[in-house]
Ligand binder design. Structure first.
Ligand code: AHR
Length: 619
């Protein structure tokens, strides 16, 4: 392998090259990245058009002690359903309540992770015509062990109208499978609505689960594409993600049923929170909005203007003046400064659909006129032929076998250098090669990403998909980060992305590899913001099943400028191509780092079979 490290060979890589794509799929957000512990906090699941259900809320007690139902008495206009709990038993008299009382509990998203010493803020809305004496507790999964508890005692006049109550609970023990209980031993009728439990400790205090964001932050993503995917489209338009229903006070959000991935979201993780997350990660938001097209129905281009206005309003919400109509709502939510929204995608995977082109053009011209600097992404693939409509980017998605993706390291070699740039917003090895996240998948993706890095004059952005899976609701395999209420690990596909964390805004060098069909390589240079030193990283995938001894020659540097101390080698490999990580063995397939003892302008290195190696040379 010959690496030309001369200044003349270096080409700047776009600062946006590698980012993340967050989709609300696999309970990635609700019950995942969004730290809310209560599932279906407004008893609204199902929504106003379908009979609502209180699932997964359950009843503590039997028909002789209480009757639980729902009605439409909530004080929140956009989510009218409230829980009505008629308690028949009492602490005295003929019908004595069972010890500890009766009530309801919420197990969260397959168990709440409650940790000793940590604090949790419980907020609920309550109403009763009687005096109340209510215990709010976090308990073990069977309700027996109390981890934290507090009593709410109020006279009838205090709660005769809907009243917001807040309690702070500090856990005195840890249980990863806890639940929230609301119990009483006092006869009467109590209504509940919008019951929330949030850990106090969230990423930057903005409501995100810290451990999950930390793994994402390690990738140094330069953009966050959100909130889908198919989630944006919906099977039917009525169930698509519509940003206006996801902003403002969390209690007032109606929530919606995502009919592609088939679950309800309370939409605590809404448009504002996605913008906030992007900002917290130091990444540009890339907002994908619905263009009047779902999987099964479409708005005619002649009637699409309300959708166009909705997109314009969304842009104003993100970056408009705090005095503007929609910018003022953002300011009221605590963010008077505009968010740095520069990219929007007009739909997702809708190119072939009847109304797409017509609708797209309406969005494109309205947005271009109102916000000339916003970069717009078309769903139509411009890699093999010119688009027949204007765009700044074309979206490119690929899910395929390992051998296909490996050979696609050359996919963009011959793409036209004119016209819109590629945004590879979804790529992954899928199917039997990938299982739920194999080494084989990771290696093929590494080769594909090397190809992207080398072709970053035409590919300006790339992100893996999907990012997250909660193992309790696997809708899509594989995924980059796997979690449950308390555990998490990266699949090989996650670790591969970490090898590219320094690539955005670095320089890519010319490399020449002697014919070997199993190897794919690239080289970049960058100055570290941590130690201000200059690094040269050479990455090589060995897709074959043999050891390869590779001679690496670095040309174009001053003599002896590669330093021995501080130069390292990082390898991702495992015994078998099918090897995967798991909660039990989270690092079975994970990179290992060692010193590169023979670092120099010319070196012989051994590439292990089925491996991805990076050589980080200090120059
Ligand atoms: O990443 C999973 C799905 O794959 C996305 O929702 C969609 O865009 C694609 O078909």
């Amino acid at each position: 392998l010959v690496v030309n490290a001369s200044e003349a060979s270096a080409r700047p890589i776009p600062e946006t090259l590698f980012g993340i794509f967050f989709e609300e799929i696999n309970h990635a957000g609700a019950g995942g990245l969004w730290a809310e512990l209560v599932s279906n906090r407004g008893f609204e699941a199902g929504g106003p058009n379908v009979p609502s259900n209180i699932d997964p809320w359950s009843i503590i007690g039997d028909e002789s002690s209480l009757i639980v139902s729902t009605d439409r008495s909530s004080c929140f206009e956009r989510n009218k359903i409230a829980l009505r709990m008629e308690v028949l038993c009492d602490s005295e008299g003929t019908n004595i309540c069972p010890a500890g009382g009766v009530g309801v509990y919420n197990p969260g998203f397959w168990g709440m992770n409650i940790e000793k010493g940590k604090s949790y803020k419980v907020v609920l809305y309550v109403r009763s015509l009687d005096a109340i004496n209510l215990s709010v507790s976090l308990t073990g999964s069977n309700g027996l062990q109390t981890l934290a508890t507090s009593d709410i005692i109020a006279s009838a006049s205090d709660v005769s109208n809907w009243t917001k109550v807040e309690v702070l609970l500090e856990a005195k023990a840890t249980d990863h499978n806890s639940r929230l209980q609301l119990k009483t031993s006092r006869k009467g009728v109590i209504w509940f609505d919008q019951v929330s439990a949030m850990p106090l400790d969230t990423y930057k205090g903005h409501g995100f689960r810290s451990d999950l964001v930390a793994m994402v932050a390690d990738l140094k993503p330069r953009f966050v594409r959100f909130p889908g995917g198919c989630f944006v489209e919906g099977e039917w338009l009525r169930n698509a993600f519509r940003w206006k229903a996801t902003i403002g006070p969390w209690e007032e959000r109606p929530g919606h049923f995502g009919d592609v991935w088939m679950y309800w979201t309370d939409d605590g993780l809404g448009y504002f929170e996605f913008l906030q997350l992007s900002e917290d990660l130091g990444a540009y938001p890339v907002w994908v909005f619905n263009n009047g097209v779902s999987h099964n129905d479409q708005v005619d281009t002649s009637s699409v203007l309300p959708f166009v206005q909705e997109a314009l309003d969304g842009i104003e919400f993100a970056r408009g003046d705090p005095q503007s109509k929609w910018g003022s709502l953002r300011a009221a939510m605590g963010h008077p400064e505009p968010f740095d929204l520069r990219y929007v995608a007009i739909g997702n995977e809708d190119c072939g659909k009847k109304n797409y082109r017509g609708n797209y053009l309406k969005f494109f011209s309205a947005i271009r006129q109102a916000y000339p600097d916003i970069k717009m992404i078309s769903n139509c693939d411009g890699s093999s032929r010119q688009l027949d409509h204007p765009a700044d980017f074309y979206d490119y998605h690929v899910y395929t076998s390992a051998s296909n993706l490996f050979s696609m390291s050359h996919q963009f070699d011959r793409t036209s250098r004119k016209g819109p740039k590629a945004f590879v917003s979804e790529y992954a090895v899928t199917g039997k090669d990938a299982g739920t996240g194999s080494l084989l998948a990771g290696l093929a993706e590494a080769a594909f990403l090397i190809g992207i890095e080398k072709n970053s004059d035409v590919v300006e952005m790339a992100s893996y998909a999907p990012l997250f899976v909660n193992t309790n609701d696997r809708r899509w395999n594989p995924d980059a980060i796997v979690f449950n209420s308390s555990q998490l690990y990266g699949t090989p596909s996650y670790w591969v992305q970490l090898f590219f964390a320094e690539s955005s805004a670095a320089n890519v060098l010319n490399t020449k590899l002697q014919a070997n069909t199993s190897l794919v390589a690239s080289a970049i240079t960058w100055k570290s913001s941590i130690d201000s030193k200059n690094y040269l990283r050479i990455k090589v995938v060995n897709f074959g099943s043999d050891n390869v001894t590779l001679n690496i020659r670095v040309d174009g540097l001053e003599a002896n400028s590669i330093q021995l101390s501080g130069s390292t080698k990082t390898v991702l490999t495992s015994d078998n191509l099918a090897d995967e990580n798991s909660f039990k063995a989270p690092n079975k397939v994970a990179p290992t780092q060692s010193l590169l003892e023979n670092a120099g302008e010319e070196m012989y290195v051994v590439l292990l079979p089925r491996s991805f190696t990076s050589f980080d040379l200090l120059t």
